[in-house]
Design a protein around this ligand. Structure first.
Ligand code: ADP
Ligand code: MG
Length: 624
């Protein structure tokens, strides 16, 4: 019998590898830019023609290569960045697999010019489809220039699959952004078809973001910061009101490498879930620093997907750090407790406390079990009532276990806060008076719809219905989690009738409805006796429950909220318009006190703006 197995020639093996590493012109851009960064360059130019079809060139002023290395770098598994398998767990470079240049050379015409500072001459190397055409000394500047021409000249299937120039250039810009955003200390420039598209000077992270995405980002960003022994989190998140309907700028970097990690994306998006409407996406630019030994980058050829050793911990830290920032953000418009004319906005009142969610972890919790051993005994959390926020990245990602985990964090956090800040009370108690003395605040109600108040030296217009929705929402959450609303039993229970689907829902939500003050008992399939309602309830129960269930049901499909948040949101929505207009000053002040005692006071649970601020500067402009 004859043997039929043989080793593939290098050129073929490289072309196969190229199939994974180089999918489109943007992949070449990524690899070349990363090599330039690894080479220690501080000025990097990217020159592109016809969205990369004709030319992709990267010129750097890095350390360059020797005559022999210039040839060797195009061999498969040729790298200067790794020598033993152990090094894989201490990586500080972008590249390490030694296959990018070999892959690119297999499917394009490549011209390399390189020179090390200590050498008097440089090297020119021409290579086409893995075949070296020229390798000679040449005069060139210090650093490296690699030109990649006629990409996919020998892979027609790939070439024909390329999209329009605008789409391909979009991908190139995206790869460019991913590199420049995590290397703000380096200068970059990007040229397309002879025109300068972007020039970036060394700067700080925020400035780099603004330079890349435009001046309108300047005021949209809010910092995130958390330093622990285990992880450092830094960067910026966009304010909820700047969330975008479609794709948003979402950048996650781990150890200065852009990564795609559905779980981390989820950790950020769920922190926003109450603050932005369905389908909207928050922008974020977050850097995580972890011990390189705890992360595996080598799980895909493009090194964009990574595996973290302790995903649960990273998830928890990230989620609570983002929440903390969002909480601080919501405190920006505060009541000006000790108002004096001319007082500066930055003079925050001394007695103002920042309510920071506390990072707490339940060590026994396993996110992969659907019923967490949650501290509050809310075993119903595991009932699969969560849906994940839609994400461009997490199409096939099951986040249900993580929702439970998140919920357990949330419960612990809320409880802890409640003991520290007992201000979220259904009946605003007298003691809150001391905590939030709003008596000096001048305010008035306009058209029963708005409150205008002097806050922090400026003018704040407060949307009453949105604010009421926020207050009620937080009260209902508290009611379900720790302090049920008192039920007033009725002597002669009235009967309500619901559709079969809604009747099923009532049966499922019965315990929580009871905590919200509604004691409903099934008589037969679709009829319920109303044995009790919340104290002081005057509304028509049939109407409230019907509308509540309507909203609950649509939230279930649309909104990425857990069962309790959804219930609180739906009930708050029904009730917020049922209040009598406020007429007395003390009522308005009481209302403001309740609003500013909320964990988040500038956005409704449905993501609508509550407060519009008009600063003194703006007022001055009116009269210029
Ligand atoms: P990797 O980056 O994974 O090591 P590459 O195929 O991208 O693999 O590059 C192979 C080697 O070529 C690198 O390890 C590096 O030593 C060298 N190299 C590539 N690009 C440059 C550059 N711009 N400047 C200096 N050396 C480079
Ligand atoms: Mg490389």
């Amino acid at each position: 019998m004859t043997d039929i197995i043989h080793l593939l020639p290098d050129a073929v093996a490289n072309q196969i590898a190229a199939g994974e590493v180089i999918q489109r012109p943007a992949s070449v851009v990524k690899e070349l830019l990363e090599n330039a960064v690894d080479a220690g360059a501080d000025n990097i130019q990217l020159i592109v023609k016809d969205a990369g079809r004709t030319l992709i060139q990267v010129v750097d002023n890095g350390k360059g290569m020797s005559f022999n290395d210039a040839r060797l770098c195009f061999e498969r598994h040729a790298t200067s960045k790794l020598s033993s398998a152990d090094d894989l767990f201490h990586l500080t470079t972008k590249g390490f697999r030694g296959e990018a240049l070999a892959s690119i050379a297999a499917i394009a015409h490549v011209e390399l010019r390189t020179k090390m500072a200590e050498d008097s001459t440089g090297t020119l190397l021409l290579i086409e489809g893995s075949e070296v055409k020229e390798h000679t000394p040449t005069a060139t500047t210090d650093g490296t220039s690699i030109s990649v021409k006629n990409l996919f000249f020998n892979v027609p299937a790939r070439r024909n699959f390329l999209k329009s120039d605008s789409v391909e250039f979009g991908h190139i810009e995206e790869e460019f952004n991913r590199v420049v955003l995590t290397h703000q200390e380096l200068a970059f420039s990007l040229f397309h078809n002879g025109k300068l598209v972007l020039q970036l000077q060394p700067s700080n992270f925020k400035q780099r973001i603004v330079n890349v995405f435009g001046a309108h980002f300047q005021d949209k960003l809010f910092p995130v910061e958390q330093q622990t022994d285990f992880i450092n989190i830094s960067g910026f998140i966009a304010k909820p009101e700047n969330a975008k309907k479609k794709k948003s700028e979402q950048y996650m970097f781990i150890n200065r490498r852009y990564v795609r990690h559905p779980l981390l994306n989820y950790a950020v998006e769920t922190a926003y879930s109450e603050l932005i409407p369905d389908g909207y996406k928050p922008a974020y630019f977050i850097n995580l620093e972890v011990d390189p030994a705890t992360i595996d980058i080598n799980i895909s050829p493009t090194k964009v997907d990574v595996k973290l050793q302790d995903e649960r911990l990273v998830f928890g830290f990230l989620n609570s750090t983002v929440k903390k920032s969002l909480g601080q953000m919501s405190l920006t418009p505060r009541l000006d407790f000790d108002y004096e004319p001319g007082m500066d906005m930055s003079n925050m009142p001394k007695d103002m406390e920042l309510k920071e969610p506390v990072v707490t972890h339940n060590p026994d919790f396993n996110p992969f079990h659907s019923h967490p051993a949650s501290s509050g005994g809310h075993s119903s959390y595991g009932g699969g009532s969560y849906s994940k926020p839609s994400s461009s990245h997490n199409t096939d990602f099951d986040t249900s276990g993580w929702s439970d985990f998140l919920q357990s964090l949330k419960t612990e956090t809320v409880q802890q806060e409640q003991t520290e800040h007992p201000t979220l009370d259904l009946q605003p108690a007298a003691e809150t008076e001391e905590k939030a003395p709003v008596d000096d605040v001048k305010c008035l109600s306009i058209n029963k719809k708005y409150i205008v108040a002097n806050i922090a030296g400026g003018l704040s217009v407060i949307h009453i219905a949105h604010a009421r929705e926020r207050i009620l929402y937080e009260q209902y959450l508290t009611a379900m989690q720790q302090k049920p609303i008192t039920v007033q039993q009725s002597l002669f229970p009235e009967t309500i009738t619901l559709s079969p689907a809604k009747s099923e829902m009532v049966k499922e939500l019965k315990p929580e409805l009871l905590k919200l003050g509604y004691d409903l008992e099934s008589i037969d399939g679709t009829h319920f006796a109303v044995n009790g309602t919340p104290v002081d309830e005057e509304e028509d129960v049939q109407q409230v429950i019907d509308a509540f269930l309507e909203s609950y049901q649509s939230n279930m499909f649309l909104h990425h909220a857990d069962k309790e948040s959804n219930m609180a949101m739906s009930m708050a929505k029904q009730k917020c318009n049922m209040f009598k207009p406020m007429t007395e000053m003390c009522e308005i002040r009481d209302f403001l006190r309740q609003l500013f005692d909320c964990q988040l006071s500038n956005v409704s649970p449905g993501g609508k703006k509550i407060i519009h601020q008009i600063g003194e500067n703006e007022m001055e402009k009116w009269f210029d």
